[in-house]
Design a protein around this ligand. Structure first.
Ligand code: DHE
Length: 579
């Protein structure tokens, strides 16, 4: 098992680095077992929308191998699909090394070809020997890296405004709920590869409607009142859905950039439903919008200095965003610079932002059970940053295990350590529990108080509920299909007990494909837990519903319309930050 976790971690969790200093090693060593492309390759960071953008080919330089226009376009697509997630859009380095021409030209064409072909022990995949790229493509990529990087277009207020559409103006919307749906128990389900969300009735398990959204839609968030649902696609398209309509549907849409992953809505008392915010990967910026029309009000760039070396970073992506319950603020996690920007939305003209130095490579995170502390993973640094939203300060940086990936994490009352927040990991089987109560359990606060061991690495999400005594840990990216298709369930009243393993993939009744089981999500009452069985686009997928008390299968939701379901967002739990 240990070996396959390492194999997986090298390919997926550990950033793809063209470790410039290790080139000679790559030439002389055969590919390591750890550098194979793994089943989790769809999780490798990619800028798959940017790859489709038109970009000008930079002019030729004397002595530098050239590319034809066709080769340039091919290389650009491969670069944004496979490389930009780690090495950066402008090749200035992110979790992977910088690949600017001053560096690559020193290495030369042969070195680059070998490195791309064989990969490196530092985490660069073996694109050539894995069969992902042909010899000819490797050669094109090597030449592409010797030339100046093309610059994707900016997307400022003009472009944002041009993309904005109010489909149903507020005055023409219902003044009361026009359906008899139990909105609080609806699940918004990401249908990743069809660019849609399915709204599923949590009571009847029936699909209420399927709504066309952005490309490869990523997450859903619910407004403070519970009426509006916000959905963001990888193409940075935000869709606003009104749950009061006879059949919930889109009422506004906008694009906030060219690539994005996060959206949130104002939750502070007195500001409920007033604003929405969406963060972009490219251009590096976030946009504050009107909560009920998506009218763009303010664009703020995130380019700036890194927290550690205080060097300029030209493309710090916006990762997770949450809304403070204590101040009229959004917490914007900026990945490459490692800052959490506390953006005060009470005065957009005189915008005040408190910049908190956290740690580089911030990704996903959630609140503690009081809603005061935001715990966010600096995943490539193996750390969890804790932000105090009452004082707008960094409360702690906690060392986790290899590549923490909490989703929003899980909160529960530990019998010995008091309130804890938990995260699982991409790169190991560890589930770390961090004490979150600096008042009554000070000695445990912001410390890893216990480490549980799940099925293996490749975990993405973890979940519990205030009325449950179980902690569910998925492992969809584990290379072992039986592990990727099952979840581990811990007894939170007795964490010393071995976890129970539920074969969710098997229970789905699906026999084809990979059957990756991903993202546990509770219903409103915390009596059922839902899992996506995430299969290929043309294969059958499903949602499996389990009874939380008995851990027995309750229902399998199967429908040809459920194409690649991944994230599921229960309206009530998402609205109230319950996890
Ligand atoms: Fe996600 C959350 C980024 C790949 C499913 N994902 C997030 C967040 C970010 C992010 C920044 C936090 C949003 C927030 O809280 O505001 N995800 C990225 C990537 O950059 C990455 C690694 C690669 C990419 O190019 O997109 C990536 N993510 C994936 C997947 O492959 C997953 C498993 C399937 C899919 O649908 O694409 C996936 N990401 C999710 C889900 C959440 C998420 C389900 C929300 C979890 C939650 O419970 O809050």
């Amino acid at each position: 098992m240990a070996r396959s976790i390492i194999a997986w971690a090298a390919g997926i969790a550990v950033p793809t680095m063209l470790a410039v200093g290790g080139i000679a090693e790559a030439q002389t060593q055969p590919p390591q077992p750890g550098h194979q492309t793994t089943p989790g390759s769809s999780y490798s960071p990619s800028l798959d929308v940017l790859k489709g953008q038109k970009m000008e080919q930079p002019g030729a330089k004397p002595g530098v191998p050239t590319l034809t226009a066709e080769e340039f376009n091919q290389a650009r697509e491969v670069y944004f699909q496979r490389c930009a997630g780690c090495h950066g859009v402008l090749r200035k380095g992110a979790t992977g090394k910088a690949l600017t021409p001053d560096k690559t030209r020193e290495l030369g064409l042969d070195h680059l070809r070998n490195f791309i072909t064989y990969g490196s022990p530092a985490g660069m995949p073996n694109w050539g020997t894995s069969g992902d790229l042909t010899e000819a493509q490797v050669d094109i990529m090597a030449r592409y890296l010797l030339n100046e990087p093309p610059q994707p277009p900016e997307f400022g207020m003009k472009e944002i405004k041009d993309s904005w559409k109010v489909i149903v103006p507020p005055a023409q919307r219902p003044t009361k709920k026009m359906n008899d749906l139990n909105i609080a128990n609806i699940f918004s389900v990401t249908l990743r590869d069809s660019g849609e969300v399915a709204l599923i009735d949590g009571d009847t398990k029936k699909i209420i409607t399927i709504i066309k959204t952005g490309y490869a839609v990523h997450i859903s968030r619910v407004s403070a009142s519970g009426r509006y649902l916000f959905v963001i696609g990888r193409d940075a398209k935000v869709d606003l859905i009104d749950m009061w309509m006879a059949t919930p549907d889109k009422v506004a849409e906008i694009r906030v950039g060219l690539e994005a992953r996060s959206v949130e809505t104002s939750k502070m008392k007195g500001w409920e439903d007033r604003f929405a915010i969406a963060g972009a990967y490219w251009p590096p910026q976030f946009v504050i919008m009107n909560g009920d029309t998506l009218e763009p009000l303010k664009v703020v760039g995130t380019r700036g200095m890194t927290v550690d070396t205080q060097e300029y970073h030209p493309e710090p992506r916006v990762a997770s965003i949450v809304a403070s319950h204590f101040r009229p603020e959004f917490l914007v996690s900026v990945k490459e610079t490692g800052k959490v920007m506390m953006v005060n939305y009470s005065d957009l003209k005189n915008l005040k932002i408190t910049e908190i130095e956290a740690e580089r490579f911030l990704h996903d995170g959630g609140f503690d059970r009081t809603g005061r502390y935001f715990l966010v993973a600096a995943n490539a640094c193996n750390k969890i940053a804790v932000i105090d939203t009452k004082t707008d300060t960094l409360a702690a940086l906690v060392e986790a295990d290899t590549t923490p990936h909490p989703g929003r994490g899980a909160n529960f009352l530990h019998p010995k350590y008091g309130p804890v927040w938990a995260t699982s990991h991409l790169g190991s089987d560890a589930v770390v529990l961090i004490g979150t109560d600096p008042e009554k359990n000070k000695q445990y606060a912001w410390k890893v108080v216990e480490t549980l061991h799940g099925q293996g690495g490749g975990s993405l999400f973890i979940k519990t509920h205030p009325s449950s005594s179980h902690l569910y840990v998925d492992t969809p990216l584990n290379p072992e299909p039986s592990i990727a298709g099952a979840v581990a369930v811990f007894d939170i009243k007795n964490t010393a007990k071995d976890p129970v393993v539920l074969p969710i993939g098997e229970w789905s009744g699906i026999s084809e494909g990979q059957r990756r089981v991903v993202q546990p999500e509770f219903n409103k009452d915390g009596t059922e837990i839902w899992f996506s069985v995430w299969n290929g686009k043309i294969q059958q997928s499903a949602i499996v519903v389990v009874d939380d008390k008995t851990l027995k299968l309750k229902t399998v939701i199967r429908d040809p319309r459920l194409v690649t379901p991944t994230g599921k967002f229960n309206v009530y739990n998402t609205q109230h930050d319950i996890y």
